[in-house]
Design a protein around this ligand. Structure first.
Ligand code: C2E
Ligand code: CA
Ligand code: CA
Length: 622
């Protein structure tokens, strides 16, 4: 409309609508024409009739032309006067609001707006009438429109002011943005929400967390991030399928939302990981922690109620890690990480519980992660090695050795198994490591067999619980023996009592299969665990190892001496040899020898050393 030919705009009067293209000609111009007949053609200032008619025709054509343009454009165009009365309304505008032109022309444009826009609009007009200053001009704004049927819709509106013939008027260009809005919302939904649970996703959570942190700096109130992970969710997924797992996740999402306040957020990070963001907690740290803990307890309680998964009852618990924040320097990712670390703590504390983040815990977690990475690397880079500790008979003659793994760490130097075995066991890395130990030990046995001085030496190899539990463990042992050419009779596998109590039939079958090849078994750390003697009796064992904790006290503590004596007697009555481990002094050696111990191992006879050292030490003596 701003581009209207000046004529059409100038002569465009009030009260005309879509079909009013001819109307303008009847009012002001008609008045002008009426004055003409009385005047003489050729008189100065008086136009000849012909010229006047030609001008009228031109004007009429121009007006029709502009109206046609207006009616054919996609946008709605409405003009109003300074009183707010609608002066024109094109076809698109009529269609948009559901009125005919007649229904709106001359009426106040406020009829097309809902509150509070209507009041705002009245305010703008009043302001204009008083000051002549127009507001909200130019830039399109997103506002709501009111249709004739009462429906509201999203529209974009841009208003400009033009100078009419006698007074200013306003042109509003309106466009329905319902569809683009919906599309925008859909895009936003996909980008920021988890489709399965409709909870905010990680991205939106990070955004909200950032805002929460900023606002907590301002208000000095604490907030908390709670990281939740369902216990044993993988098992459910694996046994009942992902569909059922999804149903559980959806129900968990619903329950979580019932546990938090309006201002809090529940998000799903993926898998069975949820995060609850708590805001506006107390400004006192301990109170904030108590509040967060109360909500966590409620959540764990609610999540712990039985679920109905497509008619199947299912019980599930969750573990929660909480970190409370206030004016933290942490990034949002760091906060989340801390909550995650705390969650792992909750898992290892037995699940179905909540733990708060604490910095020492994090240091341990970081060290763990580093160690895990190094372990993996170490296996690839062949940083592991075996040391061999001699085992001697009552006369002090070497009869064999125990293989003890060492890690030659590039930065930390020689690392003892206590520092890495628990983690290796947890992460499963003990399997490739144990396999390497087995193969290396067998190769060592083969190498000893080639020298007369060491050909009779046995080698004890420690077997970890998960290594022994491998379904193909028997085959692995056989393969290691075959590939290295070691004599099975010289190999002794050290097991612990705890490995023998579960699935006794399977354990027995496995041990018997290995025993059948000639390989022997020693029961390590005997006396520290619990095993039924009846069960022990049935196992194809060869040797009991008295735990160093008893050996240490034999000469000073009558109880330790009594235990050692009983173990020797028990072993012998079961037809087993007994070896004392951790023998550090001559006195203990003599005491144990007097009890009838068959073999000895300990610093008194030799520390664990590399194979060459052991060979050099003992071959010379022999
Ligand atoms: P273990 O099987 O009871 O091994 C004996 C541990 O006692 C060894 O510690 C050894 O160095 C130590 N020791 C030997 N004599 C004495 C002594 O007179 N006094 C004292 N105080 N200690 C003595 P190490 O080598 O640190 O091994 C610790 C544990 O790590 C072993 O206990 C064993 O359970 C495990 N381990 C070691 N090597 C392996 C392996 O290759 N595979 C598996 N699965 N576990 C291993
Ligand atoms: Ca051992
Ligand atoms: Ca031991």
């Amino acid at each position: 409309m701003a581009n209207h030919p000046p004529d059409a705009a100038d002569h465009s009067p009030h009260g005309n609508g879509l079909d009013a293209a001819s109307a303008p000609l009847e009012t002001p111009q008609a008045g002008a024409a009426a004055a003409v007949p009385g005047s003489l053609a050729g008189e100065p200032g008086v136009k000849p009739l012909e010229q006047l008619r030609a001008e009228q025709r031109a004007l009429r054509t121009a007006t029709l032309h502009s109206q046609a343009i207006l009616d054919n454009i996609f946008d709605g165009v409405i003009t109003i006067n300074v009183q707010g009365q609608i002066e024109s309304c094109n076809r698109a505008a009529c269609a948009l609001f559901g009125y005919t032109a007649d229904e709106v022309l001359g009426r106040n444009v406020a009829m097309l707006m809902p509150e509070p826009q209507r009041s705002h609009h009245d305010g703008y007009l009043r302001h204009f009438q008083q000051s002549g200053e127009a507001r909200m001009m130019g830039k399109p704004r997103d506002v709501e429109g009111l249709r004739k049927d009462g429906q509201l819709f999203a529209m974009s509106l841009s208003v400009s002011q033009i100078q009419g013939a006698d007074y200013p008027c306003f042109i509003g260009v309106v466009r329905d943005i319902t569809l683009p809005r919906l599309r925008e919302e859909e895009i936003r939904r996909l980008a920021f929400y988890d489709p399965l649970t409709e909870l905010p996703n990680r991205r939106l959570l990070l955004d909200r967390l950032k805002q929460a942190m900023t606002s907590s700096c301002r208000t000095l109130q604490h907030g908390a991030v709670m990281f939740l992970d369902l216990d044993h969710f993988k098992q459910l997924n694996d046994t009942l399928g992902h569909d059922v797992g999804d149903v559980l996740l959806q129900q968990v999402a619903v329950r979580l939302n019932t546990c938090v306040r309006e201002i809090d957020s529940v998000a799903r990070l993926g898998g069975d990981e949820f995060v609850v963001l708590l805001e506006n907690l107390s400004s006192q740290a301990h109170e904030a922690a108590a509040q967060a803990e109360a909500i966590a307890s409620k959540i764990l309680h609610v999540l712990g109620q039985t679920y109905d998964l497509r008619g199947r009852h299912y019980d599930c618990t969750a573990s929660a890690g909480i970190v409370v924040f206030n004016q933290d320097k942490d990034s949002v990712e760091e906060l989340l990480k801390k909550a995650d670390v705390a969650m792992y703590q909750a898992k290892s504390a037995g699940r179905n519980t909540a733990c708060f983040f604490d910095p020492t815990m994090q240091a341990a977690a970081v060290a763990r992660a580093e160690l895990e990475h190094d372990l993996q690397q170490g296996l690839h880079q062949q940083e592991f090695m075996l040391h061999y500790q001699p085992q001697v008979d009552p006369q002090g003659q070497v009869v064999g050795a125990e293989a003890l793994v060492r890690w030659n760490h590039p930065r930390r130097g020689l690392v003892l198994p206590a520092e890495f075995l628990p983690l290796a066991e947890e992460t499963g890395m003990v399997l490739p490591l144990g396999q390497w130990v087995l193969e290396t030990a067998c190769a060592q046995l083969r190498s000893w067999s080639l020298h007369s001085a060491s050909a009779h030496w046995t080698l004890a190899v420690n077997i970890s619980p998960s290594q022994f539990a491998q379904p193909d463990f028997v085959a692995r042992v056989k393969t290691a023996l075959r590939q290295t050419g070691a004599r099975p009779q010289r190999l002794k596998l050290e097991l612990t009592e705890s490995m023998l109590v579960h699935d006794q039939a399977e354990v027995m079958a496995r041990m018997n299969a290995i025993k059948a090849c000639g390989v022997g078994f020693a029961l390590d750390d005997f006396g520290t665990g619990y095993s039924s003697l009846a069960h022990l009796q049935r196992l194809p064992l060869e040797q009991l190892k008295i735990d160093p904790s008893f050996v240490r006290g034999v000469t000073t503590d009558p109880n330790a001496a009594a235990v050692a004596r009983s173990i020797v007697a028990l072993g012998h009555s079961l037809g087993l040899a007994v070896i004392a481990e951790g023998v550090e002094t001559a006195a203990r050696h003599h005491f144990l020898a007097a009890l009838g111990c068959d073999a000895f191992q300990g610093y008194y006879f030799g520390r664990p050393v590399p194979a060459e050292v052991l060979e050099n030490l003992y071959k010379k003596c022999l």
